[in-house]
Design a protein around this ligand. Sequence first.
Ligand code: ADP
Ligand code: MG
Length: 482
Amino acid sequence: MINNEKYEVVIGLEVHAQLMTRSKLFCADDTKFGSAPNTQVSPISLAHPGTLPKLNKKVVELTVKLGVALNCEIEQNNFFARKNYFYPDLPKGYQISQHTAPICKGGFVSIASADGKKKIQLNRIHIEEDAGKSIHDFDEKYTCIDLNRAGVPLVEIVTDPVIHSADDAFLFLTELRKIVRWLDVCDGNMEEGSMRCDANISIRLKGDHQLGKRVEVKNLNSIRNVKRAIEIEFERLIEVTQKNEIIIQETRSYDADKNITFSLRSKEEAEDYRYFPEPDLPAFFISEEYIEQIKSALPELPELLKDQFISSYGLSEYDANNICNDKEDISFFNNLIQYTRHYKAVANWMLGPLKFYCNEHHISFSAFPLSHPLIAELIELTEAGKLSFANATGKVLQALILNPQKTAIETALSLNLIQENDEAAVMAWIEETINAMPEKVKEYKSGKKGLIGLFSGEVKKRSKGKADMESVTRLLNEKLNQ
Ligand code: ADP
Ligand code: MG
């Protein structure tokens, strides 16, 4: 029997994020994903003798932007180091990285954990270059190497060992991805490998403060897989401990199909990378003014925007959260509210019928086939009671998409869907109804309140479906309960 109650899991994450620059970290080679293999590789990427790397300014800008957004302390005196190791996808024989002096120190990411808000403390963010890619499934006999990725700029974001559940790890990565996308620092695409995560996992008895021996799990290509891998690794570590076996510090790989982890290599001996300062690159200094400039140009983060959406537009936490998840959603919302002040209705429409349409057609809001004023007009008609929500979203919306030359009111009129919410007109139908059913009215007044449905049905019939049912319900109640 595995006893989870006794143990606590301790997790530290290392996230590699590819920076959104057009060229590589130290040369002008293109960074585009998916090009033909080895077409974006210059002699500098390969460190051929006689070539010199040159730092891409944009990399520093994006890293400082991320660091500032994550509340890090920015190191002003920076230099690169060589990390020496042999691997087929690294023909240079070394990786240029930051070692003892990362550009960003500390900082945190806030998550809304099941047991309250938490700040996940970061250890550092440093800049490094990516290696090439080994391709094992292209040729039967050989492993192929694609060096397009060699030298592409990465930041490594490292947390302290302060995460204590797979769910929190999931939330942390989701939030981090949201932020890097928000800042246009990284596209956050884990399938294409532009965001990658290694999970360091250990266990200890609850209440203990010392850290246990950790394993590092690699090859986690989605946030969901990070969560699953942590869950099974937690179980496995408990099992090993309870069998009185020794946990080996090792690197493991996750197999998503089988949902298992397996050992890649032992890490008992600390690796010796023979770090030394990169002789081909000068140290670089970041001024206070530079940091301030980036700070003041920083876009408001989603978390803050969400609070504003709640207080300024009266949206629910849920709606605000959903809209503020994505820059495009926010801009769509902001565009729509230029034309209507029914903010809650805009949120409803966006998260309901409009999103539904987008999902069905695999498009985003920015590609929605109707103009903002037209959508706003439709929302206004519905809010004014001229059109029922069901007809507006079920019929008029579709008709407008087919013929966006017409206005919403023209389209609704041509479909004969405009309803009457003029009080006098609605009241006239109500009076007719009441006069036609004196017995039922008596029953209603003696307590059979369920009859209200019958009356409103009758009003609907008499109005030939034109009566705005919200007004009908309100006026019927008024009339009958006089
Ligand atoms: P390395 O560079 O050798 O991988 P670091 O000390 O930089 O080692 O740590 C890498 C990651 O492992 C960090 O996210 C850190 O929080 C995490 N970590 C370190 N020790 C433990 C531990 N005992 N249990 C869980 N995570 C750990
Ligand atoms: Mg590591």
